[in-house]
Design a protein. Structure first.
Length: 211
């Protein structure tokens, strides 16, 4: 069995199964019930990739599939507008502490997902200075345990957390017109897909720091 999601393609290039000689025409099935995210998180994240086109499992290019059913409800994602990196750090720590007061949420249920390795170092250090336990995803072996998971969105593919915090999002990545055609447009599209992947790691709550 092969399972794929074109909306989570965050690397340039690639190929379809047909291009490598694997013919699955007429044998593909769309799995269109979402069990991970709440309706509010999925709707929020889906705005980033609305209008994008993807190659489906049979290689046909078209708009991304929208789940016909989302099983869960929850609070809307929180957007925190920040004017400096120090403010991002301060509000991240505050948000983590607030999440830890929720029933059934431990430090191991929280993922701090960043766009760059530099941001990973910055925010992991800020959490440690605040006395909070941290496990970087480069050292995470997937076994349950305490420690806020901190790593890049790319490293978090395939994982999920009760609470996801995205502390280093730029305003121009989520709003405004796209760049013109060419390399800049491709980078902009891949960045938004990457943010979509990060946001959809969240099961119950999503927090985004914009600046």
């Amino acid at each position: 069995m092969l399972v794929g999601d074109g909306q989570q393609s965050i690397y340039p290039g690639g190929y379809t199964l047909a291009e490598i000689g694997v013919d699955i025409a007429g044998r593909g099935v769309v799995l269109d019930t979402n069990y991970r995210n709440t309706k509010q998180i999925l709707q929020f994240a889906s705005r980033l990739v609305a209008g994008d086109e993807y190659a489906d499992i049979e290689g046909v290019v078209g708009p991304g599939e929208v789940p016909s059913r989302v099983e869960r409800d929850g609070p809307p994602p929180t957007i925190d507008r920040c004017t400096s990196w120090s403010q991002r750090e301060e509000r991240l720590v505050r948000r983590v502490r607030a999440a830890l007061t929720e029933v059934g949420t431990t430090s191991g249920d929280i993922g701090v997902l960043c766009l760059t390795r530099r941001s990973v170092r910055t925010f992991a250090d800020a959490l440690r200075r605040a006395g909070l336990p941290v496990v970087e995803l480069t050292e995470y072996d997937s076994r349950p345990g305490e420690g806020i998971k901190v790593g890049t969105i790319k490293r978090a593919k395939g994982l999920e957390f009760k609470q996801v915090l995205l502390p280093d999002v730029r305003q121009d990545a989520v709003s405004g017109p796209p760049p013109g055609d060419g390399t800049e447009r491709e980078r902009w599209t891949l960045l938004r897909r990457e943010l979509y992947v990060g946001m959809t790691r969240a099961r119950d709550g999503l927090w985004v720091a914009l600046g």
